[in-house]
Design a protein. Structure first.
Length: 57
């Protein structure tokens, strides 16, 4: 998971999450999913990250 605050007056929060599902027996990636989003400065990192994780599942 990566996060940062965008530069500018509002300091908008930006989060990116990439999830990899590995098959350990075969040693390869079965699936990968990436989501990203941004929120307002009043939103917490945890709140925005949870919204993005909900989109995956």
């Amino acid at each position: 998971m990566k996060f940062r605050y965008k530069t500018g007056i509002d300091g908008e929060l930006a989060v990116s999450i990439t999830l990899f599902v590995h098959d350990v027996r075969e040693g390869k990636i079965i699936r990968s999913v990436s989501v990203s989003g941004s929120g307002w400065v009043h939103e917490s990192l945890g709140t925005l990250a949870q919204k993005l994780i909900d989109r995956i599942f």
